[in-house]
Design a protein around this ligand. Structure first.
Ligand code: SF4
Length: 364
């Protein structure tokens, strides 16, 4: 195995991305075989543990309180509800549970304590536990690590340049700061993005530069195709062509060879043939369950039929890295600090987000 390259430039990544497709696939598949078992794909389950009512203005997200979408909001789930869902996910072939809460950032207090207990509970089921809870501090990352968290998800979403056209309530640097906080614990990093939000090819390459130049590179990179939801500022975006997903997956695989590349949102729009090409190009994880947080996803049985057709096997938990140990709350070394970090804000507005907000107000 060659040494991992960290000094990728946008031009180099664009060159790879724009290689004739057959050559790109051959190269990506070769890298994939060198670092991974090409017949294994991890099945992960995404659980929305707290849905809707988010104060952020991410232009793609139906959970932002300011837009008028038809998702049903929910308070934080109980530990027993989460445990039951995790057991069900495990029984249907998932080896990882990712819990998502629609928060701007984690606040120390009873809700965070409840999430820590969820992490302990799922880790004890011998499943990889991932959380996506918004921005976190170093102390919070360490507390999650102590509870047995395997991965923290914090997507970069897009390039630094285009970020300003998607989200106005936080800055790209805030994302990098949270990733750095996670790196100060022994929790692995899951960070990727979304294509189909009106970005240029240069932005897709820019996002991959931002991820691939992290040292170490993220252990996990989800590649999402936008699911345009009515009521969000991006409701009228065109669906992402399958060829764009294949190229994005292949490029991510080449520039981040060790990473688990995850085929995420947008799979309902993809044929089995399209998904098979993504697996050939280096994708080695899917999300199972009929919902991805709030957007539609293929049925588990359909996925298992696809695995059978393609001869794929689900990857077991902790095949890549050992299982973290869970420390019980009574033995914890860390205390809640009640931190209120000052996050940087670009202090700007995005016209299409403002328009969607006004439209939502007029409908309420
Ligand atoms: S993507 Fe996350 S942070 Fe952004 S609005 Fe949705 S729930 Fe909130």
């Amino acid at each position: 195995m060659k040494e991992i390259k960290h000094n990728w430039t946008k031009e180099e990544i664009l060159d790879i991305h724009n290689t004739p497709l057959m050559e790109l696939l051959y190269r990506a598949a070769s890298v994939h075989r060198e670092y991974h078992d090409p017949n294994k794909v991890q099945v992960s389950t995404l659980l929305s543990i707290k849905t809707g009512g988010c104060p952020e203005d991410c232009g793609y997200c139906p959970q932002a309180a300011r837009y008028h979408t038809d998702i049903e909001g929910n308070d934080l789930m109980s530990v027993s509800q989460v445990k039951a869902q995790a057991k069900r996910a495990k029984a249907s072939g998932s080896s990882r549970v990712c819990m998502g809460a629609a928060w701007r950032n984690v606040k120390d207090g009873p809700e965070f304590e409840q999430v820590l207990e969820m992490v302990r509970t799922i880790n004890k089921l011998d499943m990889e536990v991932c959380c996506t809870l918004g921005m976190i501090t170093e102390n919070q990352a360490k507390r999650l690590a102590e509870a047995g968290l395997y991965a923290y998800n914090h997507n970069l979403d897009t390039s630094e340049d285009y970020y300003k056209d998607v989200i106005s309530t936080r800055a790209f640097q805030d994302r990098l700061d949270t990733i750095e906080n996670v790196r100060k614990s022994n929790v692995t990093v899951c960070s990727g993005g979304i294509i189909g939000m009106g970005e240029k090819l240069e932005d897709r390459a820019g996002m991959l530069v931002a991820l691939a130049t992290l040292d170490p590179q993220p252990e996990s990179v989800p590649i999402n195709a936008l699911v345009a939801v009515e009521g969000t500022p991006m409701e009228e975006m065109e669906p992402v062509p399958i060829w764009d997903m294949i190229r994005m997956v292949a490029t991510a695989r080449i520039v981040m060879p060790k990473t688990q590349v995850r085929l995420s949102a947008g799979r309902t729009e993809m044929s089995k043939e399209g998904q098979a090409m993504c697996f050939f190009a280096g994708a080695n994880s899917i999300f199972a369950g009929d919902k991805l947080l709030t957007t539609p996803n293929p049925d588990v049985n359909e996925d298992m039929e696809m695995f059978r057709l393609l001869g794929l096997k689900p990857q077991h938990a902790f095949e890549k890295l050992p299982q973290p140990k869970t420390v019980e709350q009574a033995e914890s070394q860390y205390e809640a600090k009640g931190e209120k970090p000052k996050w940087t804000r670009p202090g700007h507005q995005i016209e299409r987000n403002e328009m969607a907000k006004l439209k939502a107000k007029s409908q309420s």
